[in-house]
Design a protein around this ligand. Sequence first.
Ligand SMILES: Nc1nc2c(c(=O)[nH]1)N[C@H]1C(S)=C(S)[C@@H](COP(=O)(O)OP(=O)(O)OC[C@H]3O[C@@H](n4cnc5c(=O)[nH]c(N)nc54)[C@H](O)[C@@H]3O)O[C@H]1N2
Ligand SMILES: Nc1nc2c(c(=O)[nH]1)N[C@H]1C(S)=C(S)[C@@H](COP(=O)(O)OP(=O)(O)OC[C@H]3O[C@@H](n4cnc5c(=O)[nH]c(N)nc54)[C@H](O)[C@@H]3O)O[C@H]1N2
Ligand code: SF4
Ligand SMILES: [Mo]
Length: 861
Amino acid sequence: MAIVPRFDQLPIPPANAAEYNTVCQFCNVGCGYKVYVWPVDESGDVAATTNAFKLDLSKPQPALAGQSYTETMHSITVGKDGRQYHVVIVPAMNSPINQGNYSYRGGANALTVWSLDRGTQDRLTYPLLRVGDQFQAITWQDALALIAGVIKGIRDRDKNDDNIAVKCYDHGGSGAGFEDNYGAGKLFFDALSVKHIAIHNRPAYNSEVWGSRERGVHELNYDYSDARLADTVVLWGANSYETATILYTQHILANIQGATVAEKRKAFDQGEPAEPGYLIVIDPRKTSSYTVAETVASNQVLLLQPNFGTDYILAHAIARVVWERSYYDLDYLKARTDMKLFEEYKQKNLKLDKKYADFMAEAERITGVPKAKIEQAADWIAKPKAGKFKRRTLTIYEKGIIWNMKNYDQVAALVQLAVLTHNIGRPGTGCGRQGGHQEGYVRPPAPTPGSIYNGGPPVNVDKFLIGGKGKFYWVIANDPYLSTPNNQIFRKRIHERTTKLTKALGESGEAATIQGRIDAILKALYSDPDALFMVVQDIYMTETARDAHLILPAAGWGEANDTSINCNSRLLRLYEKFMDPPGEAKPDWEIFKLVGEEIAKLYRAAKQNDVAAKFEFGKNWKTDEDVFLAGAQEFKDNQVSEEDEATLEAENYKGVTYAFLKQKGQEGIRTPVRRDPKTKNLVGTLRRYTSKFGTADGKFKWYATDNWEGYPAEVAKYLDGTKAKEYPFWVTTGRIQHLWQSTYHDRHLPEREIANPLPYAEINPDDAKKLNIQSGDLIEIYNEEGNAIYMAYVTDAVKPGTIFMVMYHWRGTSNSLVSGYTDSKTTIPWYKGTRANIRKVGNPPTFIQLTASTLQQNKFN
Ligand SMILES: Nc1nc2c(c(=O)[nH]1)N[C@H]1C(S)=C(S)[C@@H](COP(=O)(O)OP(=O)(O)OC[C@H]3O[C@@H](n4cnc5c(=O)[nH]c(N)nc54)[C@H](O)[C@@H]3O)O[C@H]1N2
Ligand SMILES: Nc1nc2c(c(=O)[nH]1)N[C@H]1C(S)=C(S)[C@@H](COP(=O)(O)OP(=O)(O)OC[C@H]3O[C@@H](n4cnc5c(=O)[nH]c(N)nc54)[C@H](O)[C@@H]3O)O[C@H]1N2
Ligand code: SF4
Ligand SMILES: [Mo]
């Protein structure tokens, strides 16, 4: 008997069910989905003419070739009309990305839908106001008046917006695309001028990849088809099998299995060899992205396991081999790159005045990767093929590089290796992010600086708040109590600061009117500079929201129309609204518009009409599409020739409308979108930088990274003297296939809760033996920053002396241990490296022993 009830029959969507196109709400891959919605009391039948699939359901569908439809693809929701509706969300057969396939996460899109018979009924449905230790439902009118009154009060006193701090998404996916991002940008950057703003996943407002952008290469430059065409795919600090599953299973794996050779023949030059691809995985762990490929093509997979933080040294070493073996094309380098800067890179990073053997010995010592493997990687990346054809290598990197020590230099080193080997801008090549979420960035210019080379680095907003600065903190669609680094300290301080305000409001007697409350809040904020007012805008109650003073309910994925691009092809599509948001929840863009209007009213009343006008940015926004079209005005004119695509912003979609996207359906259009100067038609960009790079003169700008200088003080302190013995483990953190982000949906689904009852940590069998730890045991992982109690998972995926922690879960976060260090060039944290010790807490509770999905695979004892 299964723990979760199973059905022997699924509702069949009738032929007249409402039908919508959408894209998976989860990862960067952006698989296409189809949605069917119909009233619960109706049903289709098995005959092809009676069901919306248009399939003869009396016969079994062929395995993997037919339309997938499983129990996890169905739910029942309630409309604004009070009626119940079936919602069926199935992978789209006509999506070029997933071709009907799906992952563990996407296959359960329907389970996350707001439903009265699932845990997702816990969605936020009304604005909630904290009164003492209670959250009370209030109207939108009161909620808006409260925010507007407090913001205006702070501005009036300060004459600037520096006491307003924000943490908000800047991408798409998870229900936020171009529309919501534009709403946020208009309010925070145009109407207000918020300098203390951080992006949802890091403590500052910055690019994750300035190291690439400042060379002239935007991070989204390749197409998913390049993963099919590449001679070699490099997954560098990207665990794609678990984090970009369909990109891996449908495209990368197909390539190394030889299923795409015919496509290669078509795309390659005449006479050019076309063979099954190779895969290089560069990760301190032996990840599933390596082991899965190893089982199907062991001779075509290579694993490099660098020491933490040493990737840029490894990239330089591979580049040195490339130089030594002349695997580069000097004509290309001269024509397309800045040769003056190249000299500096060559001298400082390739160190040509140092003997090859000495250089490589040093690289081996720092990175821990044997010289032979470095040379083999260089061959697989750049050695010309038979007939002197250039090899085609696609490098995909993600958080193992981005959240690495020295973010800027790591990213720069990788993209430089790609350009050195001419592996950008040709079919089967590219060097870019795998991506995290789908993206939808369009905003007015931010009042924040760039990298250290462009007026920066930007302010660390976490440290600003921890340091007792700021009075108003608005958290939108993220859960920093789990996800931000140096978390135990952050949580403790925000809790302390918000509690000071709560107490002060209680001491003066809770105000009965909103105006009374605004006055009391302002009085408290300015008499105790440490007091902090916090607003959380989310779809669920979050860890952070428990300390908020006001909680705003947002509409989620599928509850409004929105648009985003995926990361592996910049494919822009319309995510159609297919159901109503629960209760009074509203799309984020509408919340920003209403807050703006409420502030505008206060300025009008004060006869400051010019200020008021700025806050009325949303007055013509009636529909989602109005916001989408307004956002397009931020982009440059896109009437440029194909050769000039590099001058366009990566997400430029000028000229695109919802009607256009509806007509394109799953085919979408790839940004940057151009209006062809000759035909005036809108055309997409398959692959970037075929003719020029994105710099003023079109040439790639080389850069010399720092030398190896060891670890930053925040982590180095654990490596010296007695501390090295006290904290003997390297700790890294990251994701697993079956949990999505802060587990905001997962924790509401019994299927997930049962299989993942606790966050787990991978520990090598040798270490486990020494510490008498078995899989399933509870262990405390701790250092001077903080602690977390996790479940042990004994596996040789990690080397002895290293542990990998699932980044967070509703029962704990690795960020309690992560240091507050950030890269001095970018303010990007090092989420993926610190030191700790382990203490065995005890054996696992029986229920957990029986159900935890990781345990039955453990046969180490
Ligand atoms: N299942 C699932 N998929 C997801 C997500 C999810 O929550 N769950 N989240 C999405 C989001 S927002 C993002 S940003 C992406 C992230 O996608 P990924 O970056 O692929 O995921 P991570 O597990 O965070 O990190 C990748 C790898 O970095 C390695 N690493 C750690 N330190 C180093 C180092 O010094 N060098 C190198 N080379 N590697 C290192 C880790 O061992 C880990 O295997 O995933 C997206 N996809
Ligand atoms: N140790 C460690 N820490 C990390 C990382 C790591 O690798 N290691 N990775 C970092 C990365 S890459 C990421 S992306 C972050 C993720 O960290 P967060 O951004 O904090 O986590 P999410 O779960 O993505 O947060 C999404 C929130 O938005 C809500 N939500 C969903 N849809 C909507 C909507 O339409 N509107 C609104 N208003 N809310 C919505 C969800 O309920 C959830 O609370 O973690 C970062 N932290
Ligand atoms: S690979 Fe990513 S986009 Fe595709 S179904 Fe899975 S979670 Fe969704
Ligand atoms: Mo992310």
